[in-house]
Design a protein around this ligand. Structure first.
Ligand code: EPU
Length: 349
């Protein structure tokens, strides 16, 4: 266990916001967590679990004890006729894991290529892209209860996955009784297991991907080809956080009833919308923001990305406060024009 004081967090958040952790512990194994909880002072401190920092907005120095998860390891734990099951440490880089599974000959994660962040953060917000969500490939995970030190395993149902949502995004109830209702701040994910079905089938339902397939004239694409297409699409649309700080989509795509949608279409015929299997209609938040004229606009050093209005960026030296102010201004104008409330995706710390 490595404990550090006054640690700069700019390299640990994809927005590149300048802030400090008063105290940070690098967690490299389960044993580190045991050791941490055996220290009365550290055990009693409020804790903040940090993965790749790709889904947070820091609005100041972090006073809680920051647990920087750096648990490594990747292995194939089952290679059967109907699926392969792989396991990865929570600190592994997500994109490198996707690449590694393909190198092992297992397709299934290619649509989720190039998503920034760590393996441990993937279930927290149920990452998703191009028609696949983590929950579609999820087997189980091991986590440690930061109050009791107990290690427990959760399956997909217990993770309560939703659209960019899980049990890990909801506040923990007070006391011992309510485990399972909300584990935010309470659990540290140690490792994640993923089930990759066989035979592999490409998931090309998204128009952007289908277009790539047609361009390549690939009748029977390989998983590696799909991976390359996803990387190319993302690189064209989304800023690389190493070059321009950002946290991916800043808002969730809102859903409305078909009646609400009909009403909006009557006023805004161009609105981009997708019918969902449950009968609701998903609206493209990027379109709503774009329609309000936000593309390229800024508040201080926080701005709206020129190529994708759903992505807020750090143009250099932005504060978390500027990002939050910009986000609120966008929410207000979308609400005033469309009557729709946009819900932020990242966690504001
Ligand atoms: N659009 C505009 N103007 C914009 C942005 C978008 O008109 O400035 C319209 C376009 O018509 C576009 C449509 O909105 O076709 C949808 O945009 P896009 O295909 O880029 O997808 P998205 O709905 O904005 C979602 C996810 C992304 C994911 C992509 C692909 C959310 C909040 N975002 O974005 O996830 O990569 O689909 O599956 O669901 C993330 O969560 O950080 C993320 C990047």
């Amino acid at each position: 266990m490595i404990v550090e004081q006054n640690v700069a967090l700019a390299p640990h958040n994809s927005f590149g916001i300048v802030a400090k952790a008063r105290e940070l512990v690098r967690v490299r194994s389960e044993a580190d967590v045991v050791q941490l909880l055996a220290d009365p002072r550290l055990a009693a401190s409020p804790k903040f679990v940090l993965g790749g920092g790709s889904n947070i907005v820091l609005t100041g120095d972090v006073r809680s004890l920051v647990l920087k998860v750096e648990i490594a390891g990747r292995r194939v734990i089952e290679d059967g006729p109907r699926a392969a099951v792989i396991e990865a440490g929570a600190g592994e880089n997500w994109h490198e894991l996707v690449d590694w599974t393909l190198a092992q000959g297992f397709g299934g994660l290619e649509n989720l290529a190039l998503i920034p962040g760590t393996v441990g953060a993937a279930p927290v917000q149920n990452i998703g892209a191009y028609g696949v969500e983590l929950q579609d490939r999820f087997e189980s995970l091991d986590a440690v209860d930061l109050r009791s030190g107990r290690v427990f395993t959760l399956d997909a149902r217990q993770c309560a996955f939703g659209y960019r949502d899980s049990v890990f995004k909801h506040a923990a109830p007070q006391g011992e009784a309510g485990r399972g209702m909300g584990l935010a701040g309470r659990a540290l994910i140690l490792r994640v297991r993923l089930r990759l079905p066989k035979p592999w089938r490409p998931e090309l339902g998204y128009m952007d991907l289908e277009r790539k397939r047609a361009e390549a004239g690939a009748e029977r694409p390989t998983a590696r080809q799909v991976f390359d297409w996803v990387c190319a699409i993302r690189r064209a649309k989304l800023p690389d956080p190493r070059v321009l700080g950002n946290a991916g989509s800043f808002f969730k795509n809102p859903t409305v009833t078909p009646e609400q949608c009909t009403d909006i279409i009557a006023r805004e015929p161009g609105i981009v919308h997708y019918p969902m299997p449950d009968g609701s209609v998903k609206l493209a938040a990027g379109w709503l923001i774009d329609a309000c004229g936000w593309k390229g606009k800024s508040v201080g050093n926080a701005g709206v990305y020129e190529k994708q209005a759903l992505v807020l960026v750090n143009r250099g030296g932005a504060t978390g406060g500027e990002v939050v102010t910009l986000a609120r201004a966008i929410q207000t104008s979308v609400y005033e024009r469309f009557g729709i409330r946009l819900e932020p995706e990242p966690v504001v710390v």
